[in-house]
Design a protein around this ligand. Structure first.
Ligand code: NDP
Ligand code: OXD
Length: 314
């Protein structure tokens, strides 16, 4: 019952060490060494090379090392085994911190004041909008979106949410699916995006969508905060919308290409805040412990939790 650590872009050795520590009696193998493919029962993956998991006849589960699973389910040669994602209270809390921080940064015009500080200028606004006058819309009401919405409410923002099913969240006006999207956007001044990347959501953050956001809000233009996935956004459209005033400003944690290429105009844009895909991170020890708990539970006859719906892709 070996564990295959299939990771690209992260330090493989430290993950092997962690899983070996949790399962001293098992083989923990990597893609860089020869191993018996029949012995592999579990894969832990972060951006594994597509095709690398085919030919594992006894595979019982593929565990994502993150909350997102687009890097796994997009593998056209993914074996037919349950895909399990990370759901962790600490990660959820950190994402809500990011969302509240950036909603407040745009409410209180932080990008502008930081630029003023760099330029040594003192320009004060006597009247600033209050949180109660700025409508936040959260796209995606899953583990992350629901918690972020609840914490935005505490800050005083009127909050609405959009999801596939239109699930209910206390104190939040909710909208569902295609049919509810335009009405959701029309009442939104700050758009917070916590959607998964799927066939249905790829490229959803485009010029057409930005044009449907409220243009009459208290901030003087809509704001985009995307901490979901870079593939949700069309970066050329974000830049065009910022240029034309369809968007006032943006906070982006995720990008079409990561790391964000050095020549991207987003780096130096005065109304864009760039963060390096770290809005919410679980501690690696926590992630590996959660995965070990799942393996032990399933081997004791229990069920896996946080299993991805293969049809929906999240
Ligand atoms: P969940 O699976 O718990 O929730 C996803 C939400 O998106 C659900 O509310 C779902 O609707 C909604 N949704 C999915 N597809 C559609 C669609 N086509 N139309 C409308 N709504 C849709 O995910 P999490 O909240 O845990 O995480 C969301 C994403 O955040 C992850 O997939 C990942 O990409 C990203 N992430 C980013 C991190 C970062 O550091 N930047 C860290 C962790 C995660 P319904 O409720 O009806 O199912
Ligand atoms: C992610 C994560 O999915 O870091 O981005 O969990």
């Amino acid at each position: 019952m070996s564990i295959l650590v299939a990771i690209e872009g992260w330090d493989v050795a430290s993950w092997v060490e962690r899983f070996q520590g949790l399962f001293p009696e098992r083989k923990v193998v990597t893609l860089d060494e020869p191993f018996d493919r029949r012995e592999v029962h579990y894969v832990v993956s972060w951006k594994h090379p597509h095709g690398a998991l085919s030919g594992l006849p006894n595979l019982a589960a593929v565990f994502s090392l993150g909350a997102g699973v687009d890097h796994i389910v997009s593998d056209p040669r993914l074996p037919d085994a349950p895909v399990v994602r990370v759901v962790d209270e600490d990660l959820t809390t950190r994402m809500s911190e990011y969302v509240v921080l950036h909603a407040l940064a745009h409410l209180r015009q932080l990008p502008r004041y930081l630029a003023q500080q760099r330029a040594g200028t003192w320009e004060d606004d006597r009247v600033q909008p209050a949180a109660r006058d700025v409508r936040v819309g959260v796209m995606g009401l899953g583990e992350l979106g629901r918690d972020a919405a609840a914490k935005l409410l505490v800050m005083g923002f009127p909050v609405a949410g959009w999801s596939r099913s239109g699930r209910a969240v206390d104190g939040v006006e909710t909208f569902a699916g295609e049919a509810g999207l335009d009405a959701f956007l029309a009442r939104t001044d700050i758009l917070v995006v916590l959607l998964p990347l799927t066939d249905a959501t790829r490229g959803i953050l485009n010029l057409d969508l930005f044009g449907k956001l409220a243009q009459d809000g208290a901030l003087g233009g809509p704001v985009l905060i995307n901490a979901g996935r870079g593939g949700l956004q069309v970066e050329g459209d974000i830049l065009a919308a910022l240029e034309s005033g369809v968007l006032k400003s943006a906070s982006l944690d995720v990008f079409e290409t990561e790391p964000l290429p050095a020549d991207s105009p987003l780096w130096a844009h005065p109304r864009v805040i760039v963060t390096p895909h770290n809005a919410a991170m679980s501690h690696p020890d926590t992630i590996s412990r959660l995965i070990a708990d799942q393996i032990r539970r399933v081997e004791a006859g229990g069920a896996l939790t946080n299993v991805v719906d293969p049809g929906a892709g999240y």
